[in-house]
Design a protein around this ligand. Structure first.
Ligand code: THU
Length: 164
């Protein structure tokens, strides 16, 4: 039984983010955005024709990259973000994440108008590595004209499951 006081409260969650032009990014951010964009060309997406690229800057200077890899048995495919983050974990288990960039090219062959955000499963997977890093890991979401910069993975997944 819960012991509780009958006192309903309104709670609001706010996700702070910035919308930036490419020229407003610093050198490291540009490199990561460029890499995520390039990685869209490595996607294997014959079914959705939606090509996603991800780039993760590690604290050892390596940029871990990924692109979505689809499969005729649809759930067997993997998103760009998870392909990058699991590659990083498998190859550099001691390295920590410093920054993430995500870009996508739609079936029209153009970078998506709106910034592409990671799916729920990828947010949960990336959050694990943010916890390991022990600090906020900013995420850059690339759109055709603007880039959204979120302060952390955690900010993309409010009320995340983190403990059991
Ligand atoms: N996809 C990603 O790679 N990352 C995301 O965050 C969203 C979706 C992929 C999965 C699938 O191959 C295609 O995009 C369409 O959903």
């Amino acid at each position: 039984m819960y012991s509780h006081t009958a006192e309903m409260k309104d709670i609001e969650l706010v996700i702070p983010m910035k919308s930036l032009g490419y020229e407003e990014l610093d050198e490291t951010e540009r490199l990561l955005v460029d890499t995520a964009r390039e990685m869209t060309s490595k996607a294997y997406a014959p079914y959705s024709k939606f090509h996603v690229g991800a780039a993760i800057l590690l604290d050892n200077g390596v940029i871990a990259t990924g692109a979505n890899q689809e499969n005729v048995a649809f759930p067997s495919g993997t998103c760009a973000e998870r392909s990058a983050c699991f590659w990083a974990g498998a190859n550099y288990p001691d390295a920590r994440f410093n920054m993430i960039a995500i870009a996508a090219v739609g079936p029209d062959g153009e970078t998506t108008e709106q910034p592409t955000a990671p799916c729920g499963a990828c947010r949960q997977a990336l959050l694990e590595y943010e916890k390991l890093a022990g600090h906020h890991v900013p995420i850059l979401l690339v759109g055709r004209e603007r880039i959204l910069r979120l302060p952390s993975v955690q900010s993309t997944l409010p009320l995340a499951f983190t403990e059991f």
